[in-house]
Design a protein around this ligand. Structure first.
Ligand code: FES
Ligand code: FES
Length: 206
């Protein structure tokens, strides 16, 4: 006779549960469920990596072919593999906004976005804003208002401002503050950054 594994329960109760499971066919059901899981695993998304894999990104309107490990962030892929170093890596953990890029019209922290995830999307970085020797109006506004000190936060603020003005062309002060509240300037240049954001559309207020 099998040993009673649960000394707290009489053997008759343990035996009764086993017999019940057998009688109701749960054991075959469990086998079926396990089989389904295997099939699902076999037909699920293809596993990539951990080594480098080829990816293709659309950055500032140009196709960029790279080889990166799947764990590489959009920021590192663009800075280190595509040599576009405009956007800065500062906190590298989604806390400061210095790495802000625009992906399909929305701002993202590129330090917290995997490069492999944004294939097929339109990626815009600060490197693509100026045309030839002419600055983008937002970049020009930052220069005009002296909206920077060390400059590390500036590319992220510029991209956040571009996204803000594309969505809300004539923002109020409150709307501009809200649009830029995902970015931090450790030098404390917030007043001039806000002024630049408003000046870019000619709506700066005193
Ligand atoms: S570097 Fe990405 S949020 Fe700070
Ligand atoms: S200008 Fe230095 S962090 Fe913003």
């Amino acid at each position: 006779m099998p040993k009673n594994k649960d000394p707290e329960k009489p053997e008759s109760i343990n035996r009764g549960r086993r017999q019940f499971l057998k009688a109701t066919g749960v054991a075959p059901l469990a086998a079926t469920v396990a089989g389904a899981a295997v099939v699902e695993a076999q037909s699920g998304p293809a596993i990539v990596g951990p080594g480098e894999v080829p990816i293709e990104l659309m950055v500032n309107g140009k196709r960029v072919a790279l080889r990166v490990e799947p764990r590489v962030t959009l920021l590192n892929a663009i800075r280190n593999r595509a040599d576009m170093t405009g956007n800065k890596r500062v906190c590298d953990r989604g806390a400061c906004g210095a790495c802000t890029m625009i992906v399909d019209g929305r701002t993202v922290y590129s330090c917290s976005t995997l490069a492999i995830e944004v294939q097929g999307k339109q990626i815009r970085t600060v490197d693509g804003l100026a045309s030839a020797a002419t600055l983008h109006p937002v970049q020009q506004a930052f220069c005009d208002t002296d909206g920077l000190m060390c400059g590390f936060c500036t590319p992220g603020f510029v991209m956040a401002t571009v996204a803000l003005l594309e969505k809300t062309p004539n923002p109020t002060v409150e709307q501009a503050k809200k649009g830029l509240d995902g970015n931090i300037c450790r030098c404390g240049t917030f007043v001039r950054i806000l002024e630049a954001a408003l000046k870019a559309k000619g709506v700066a207020r005193g």
